[in-house]
Design a protein around this ligand. Structure first.
Ligand SMILES: *Cc1c(COP(=O)(O)O)cnc(C)c1O
Length: 385
């Protein structure tokens, strides 16, 4: 058995980034400033979006994106197979989340079930690229065009993914926004942090002002040597900026992103080969032709009929072997708060509910050694065979 505990995820931050964080602290400019601007520019270039606006979390980015596209009393369509912040952002923008069941293979929103949930109050769709696999954006785009809806891509899992030759977050056009997360488990990290990308100038302007309490100019533009201390507030905002301390890590992480994702893919291939004949597991399907998967998480389904234990018991057995796992996610309508807000009950989204009970996330992060990968494979085979 392993001597050391293997977590299901762990970030990889370079010595250069650590030095650059120290530099920010020693220089006296800790909050948003030149490093944040540099990180934003790098991010815009990488994704291909006209604007990249940094924020202090994806939750903040989703909130600002919702505030920019919906009004109080509107409805927003999204998936139950996501983190709470996707629906929290909708709720705190004053709208109602409307959950649509997921595809049983990709675990992305089932595009064939979206139109049935559209009402005259629907204003936006928030697809989540689950695990880093792009949603069927052609179909979602067609529905959005037909009903004049905004699209906010929750791309927290999908940095580096691409759909039909274009990077997720490239900036699809008017009322099109993508939001990324830099939480330590994500494809790159800044500790906490997030990025909003769009090519809609009006929305970019609103979000960049609303992340700094509505001030027309950030501190960098007011207090730096060439700054001007005056500012206006044309629209009230919140305090959602990124700090240079975070951006120092983020701009360095961008240099490693492609290598990180290549290593993630390598580990996924090793898992897929090792578990190919395992009746107890249904593996993630191959990535659709022409797309790139970002492999934020590796999420097989346990075929409980083949096993005499539950998913939670499987996780406990892995832990006994010193291997950490997680699960993403419990379908949101099964949480008490959202049951009430969405008006949904157990039985209403059967695919998401079934997946909720069987899904598990195995360790997946670039720093994993081949030995770590082998330990996970051996543990899974020993438990499931
Ligand atoms: C991580 C995550 C978020 C929230 O990101 P934070 O940066 O932690 O706020 C939102 N949506 C999804 C799908 C996520 O996985």
């Amino acid at each position: 058995m392993r001597k050391e505990f293997l977590p299901f995820s762990k970030p990889d931050v370079s010595e250069n980034a650590i030095q650059d964080v120290c530099d920010s602290i020693r220089s006296g400019w800790l909050a948003m400033g030149p490093k944040t601007v540099d990180f934003e520019n790098k991010f815009a270039t990488y994704t291909g979006a006209k604007y990249a606006i940094s924020v202090n979390s994806a939750t903040a980015g989703l909130h600002l994106a919702a505030m920019a596209t919906v009004q109080i009393g509107d409805e927003v369509i999204t998936t139950p197979m996501t983190f709470a912040s996707t629906v929290n952002a909708i709720i705190y923008a004053g709208a109602k989340p409307v959950l649509v069941d997921i595809d049983p293979h990709t675990f992305n929103i089932d595009v064939n079930k979206i139109e049935a949930k559209i009402t005259p109050r629907t204003r936006a769709i928030i697809p989540v690229h689950f695990a880093g696999r792009p949603c069927d954006m052609d179909k979602i785009e067609a529905i959005a065009k037909k009903h004049n809806l905004a699209i906010i891509e929750d791309s927290a899992h999908a940095l580096g993914a691409s759909y039909h030759g274009k990077r997720v977050g490239f900036g699809r056009g008017e009322k099109r926004i993508a939001v990324f997360s830099f939480h330590p488990t994500k494809n790159i990290t800044t500790g906490e942090g997030g990025m909003v990308t769009t090519s809609d100038e009006k929305i970019a302007e609103q979000i960049s002002v609303q992340r700094q309490n509505g001030m027309s100019k950030g501190a960098w533009n007011r207090f730096a040597a060439k700054g001007n201390a005056n500012y206006d507030i044309a629209i009230p905002g919140l305090k959602y900026q990124m700090m240079d301390i975070q951006a120092a890590i983020g701009r360095d992480q961008m240099n490693y992103l492609e290598a990180f994702n290549a290593r993630r893919t390598e580990i996924v291939n090793a898992y897929n080969n090792a578990f190919a004949d395992l009746a107890a597991m249904t593996l993630p399907p191959p990535i659709e032709e022409g797309n790139i998967h970002a492999w934020h998480i590796y999420t097989p389904l346990l075929n409980l009929k083949e096993l005499d234990f539950t998913r939670n018991e499987f996780m406990a057995k892995m832990k006994e072997r010193n291997i950490g796992t997680a699960y993403h996610y419990q379908a949101l309508h099964l949480f008490s708060a959202y049951k009430e807000i969405t008006g949904l009950n157990k039985g209403d989204l059967p695919v998401a509910e079934d997946v909720s009970e069987r899904i598990v996330s195995l360790p997946l992060f670039p720093k994993m050694t081949d030995n770590d990968v082998q330990d996970v494979i051996e543990a899974v085979l020993a438990i499931c065979r």
